[in-house]
Ligand binder design. Structure first.
Ligand code: IVH
Length: 685
């Protein structure tokens, strides 16, 4: 085959495969067998390998993924991603309809749709090709997850037909069908990983995975429900959806037009009944005004459009008997009461356990062993107890108090003023707390040691090899190889054997070794300081730049940092004042972890401030404090939180603390203004 023939064949194959994808994923009416389809794919993949230059950019082979995203780029939405006003009551739907009628003073038609319980996405097509996919984020900016979204087979990389706008965005919901959800959780249990609580969490976790080839295997799906923008070539919402359908985009079959409130009411009732038969989760119904002209008249509020409303299904309830209460200790030491129930059918699954939250909730419910209790399923996998049927209370029902000592290690529990939870204070040797700390340490946003899942951590702990995070860095091949343990089946998990063979061991050691390159802010997050989440860790890291600076910071230095309040400051001080910790941190430092911020080279605009250290204090005219600090770093300078004799300059803004000024004067540190600083930057060096 010559290049010309190859090009033609690649084109024909691509078109043919696209058509079969459409038949299979959108119409659910395949016309060829899986085997025949695989043969076409194989031929195309082969040709593309042989002629990489001839591969079409939207080739259907691109659905399998391969790209890896380290960090998702933040992108601003062209149209903000609004949310929907919602209600649980049909009466409020009537109010909604009346309100609309009153504003419009003319009849309105409605479109009723399913409210998909997944993750919102905005996908842009340019000249018929998928060019970007962005998550909702905060509604204004979201994450660019294009590489991952391209792996979802029901989302076309190229549109059908030719009457689509040159460029448009379409919004939809990424969902995980029940069948895929079950498969993923089964696999996770086998791998000793925590199963996802519900399909929504699994979908959201999946589209944020770094490895798009792994996303491709998750079995995600997508329904589209909205095209924003007011220069679109349609008159109604329904028309826009039907057009989208003709371009090969997946629109739910349950989308209907209604003219009366009675029709809407019928739709609510039928869908609520049908929801448990659906192959994916829905959490309600969305009702939208159909005419785009009317939508425009109705307009939007700050948060949501006035022309749409979500009717959410009520959580389902079941009544059953409370048999006993267990107390579970979590990673932070918080103790959660968990009810063991007489098994009962709830929303399609059998429920045997339910959360009782904390001591206050238990008291408020006055729940007793033997009582008939009401169980509800929220979005989580663990249902909760929401009430007690005191009418049915047997005379012998036993009042159930909260425990006083830790069920895992026997330590007396403590409770901080104003907090609901009781805690086991034995942070350093209470088993679930240690395991929890280790799991947090290795997690993706922390040290990202992917090769060590929850099951492996448990084995390392049970075999006495690791009892704190520093121990991970002392592991060797010889200590790990051949370790094995079978864990019996529990309520939540099947029986499983965890064993370390050569490949596993090498992966673990490599993962641990790679974690030494993880940046300082993630290391700080990994340490698991209470109230220091990912964002706070980033703030602290970029402000203090090194662990030593942070360790030496006092209450004032800490609370001076943007968005760091007293609670966080106290927690950080308490953390570093623990003597046991000093040794742990020293060991981590010796192991080679990043205890300093790496200089941000790629952002470097000049070296004008190289070697200079700044303390920035007060309020400025041309910059926010963050921007000023960023500018310092961009020109090679360093920011520190407090004045020492190593400080080169104090940049003084308005309302600067008098203490700082005094300190600087005493140490003979030059105090400069914002204007002095700008001048410094303009000078030629
Ligand atoms: S329309 C401006 N339609 O629900 C209108 N949203 O609470 C934009 N959702 O963020 C949304 N199914 O993630 C719309 N059929 C549907 C939906 C739907 C699920 C989600 C969506 C949105 C949230 C609003």
């Amino acid at each position: 085959m010559n290049a010309m023939e190859a090009k033609n064949r690649i084109h024909t194959l691509s078109e043919e495969i696209r058509r079969h994808n459409y038949n299979y994923y959108i119409l659910s009416r395949p016309v060829i067998s899986d085997y025949q389809f695989d043969m076409l794919m194989e031929e195309l993949t082969g040709l593309e390998l042989q002629y990489p230059d001839l591969t079409e950019p939207d080739s259907p082979t691109r659905h399998v993924g391969g790209g890896v995203t380290k960090e998702f780029r933040q992108v601003e939405h062209k149209y903000p991603m609004l949310s929907l006003g919602n209600t649980y009551s049909e009466n409020e739907i009537r109010d909604f309809e009346e309100r609309i009628h009153k504003i419009l003073q003319e009849p309105a038609e409605y479109v009723c749709e399913l409210k998909f319980d997944g993750v919102a996405i905005g996908i842009t097509y340019r000249n018929g090709s998928l060019v970007s996919a962005v998550t909702r984020g905060d509604g204004t900016r979201g994450d660019d997850v294009t590489t991952n979204i391209r792996t979802i087979k029901s989302i076309p990389l190229r549109l059908r037909g030719d009457d689509y706008p040159d460029e448009f965005e379409i919004r939809g919901e990424i969902i995980l069908p029940h069948s895929s959800f079950k498969k993923i959780n089964l696999q996770r249990q086998e791998d000793g990983e925590e199963p996802f609580a519900n399909p929504r969490n699994a979908a959201s976790g999946s589209i944020k995975m770094q490895d798009s080839a792994a996303v491709a295997k998750r079995g995600l799906d997508c329904f589209f429900y909205y095209i924003p923008g007011d220069t679109m070539p349609f008159n109604s919402h329904y028309e826009s959806l039907m057009k989208a359908k003709s371009w090969g985009l997946k629109i739910s079959e349950y989308t209907i037009r209604c003219s009366t409130i009675e029709d809407i009411s019928d739709y609510l009732k039928t869908t609520e009944k049908a929801r448990h038969q659906m192959p994916f989760d829905i959490d309600g119904v969305v009702i939208k005004v159909n005419s785009l002209r009317q939508q425009k008249i109705l307009g939007v509020t700050a948060k949501s459009p006035r022309w749409a409303i979500a009717y959410k299904f009520k959580a389902e309830q079941a009544a059953t008997r409370l048999l006993s209460i267990d107390f579970q200790v979590g990673r932070t030491g918080a103790v959660t009461p968990v009810a063991n129930l007489q098994p009962v059918l709830l929303a399609g699954t059998i429920v045997k356990r339910a959360s009782l939250h904390n001591a206050d909730v238990m008291n408020a419910l006055d729940v007793r062993i033997g009582d008939v209790v009401f169980v509800e399923k929220g979005g989580e996998i663990i249902p909760k107890i929401t009430g007690v049927d005191t009418q049915q209370r047997p005379p012998e029902a036993i009042p159930s108090g909260f425990i006083e000592t830790c069920p895992e290690c026997g330590t007396t529990l403590v409770r901080t003023e104003g907090e609901a939870a009781w805690y086991c204070p034995n942070e350093t040797s209470c088993p679930p707390q240690i395991k929890g700390k280790l799991e947090h340490f290795i997690s993706r946003k922390a040290m990202n040691i992917e090769s060590l899942g929850e099951g492996k951590i448990e084995l390392l702990y049970d075999k006495g090899l690791v009892s704190n995070v520093a121990d991970l860095y002392d592991l060797t091949f010889d200590r790990l190889i051949g370790l094995e343990k079978t864990y019996p089946a529990t309520e939540e998990k099947k029986e499983r054997t965890v064993s370390f063979r050569e490949k596993t061991v090498n992966n673990i050691l490599q993962g641990i070794s790679l974690s030494k390159q993880v940046s300082f802010d993630s290391v700080l997050f990994a340490l698991g300081i209470r109230f220091v989440g990912e964002t706070v860790a980033k703030k602290l890291a970029s402000h203090f730049l090194s662990l030593d600076n942070l360790r030496n910071a006092d209450f004032q230095n800490l609370t001076e940092v943007d968005e760091i309040g007293e609670t966080i400051a106290h927690s950080v001080l308490r953390f570093f004042s623990d003597p046991a910790l000093k040794n742990l941190l020293d060991r981590l430092k010796t192991a080679g972890l990043q205890f300093e911020m790496a200089p941000t080279r790629h952002l470097r605009k000049s070296d004008k401030l190289l070697g200079k250290t700044f303390v920035v204090s007060g309020v400025f005219e041309n910059f926010s404090r963050e921007e000023l600090k960023k500018t310092i770093e961009e020109h090679g300078g360093k920011n520190v939180g407090s004045i020492s004799n190593k400080t080169s300059y104090l940049i003084a803004g308005n309302n600067m603390g008098p203490e700082k000024r005094k300190k600087a004067e005493k140490a003979n540190i030059p105090i400069i203004s914002e204007a002095d600083f700008l001048e410094m930057l303009e000078q030629e060096f």
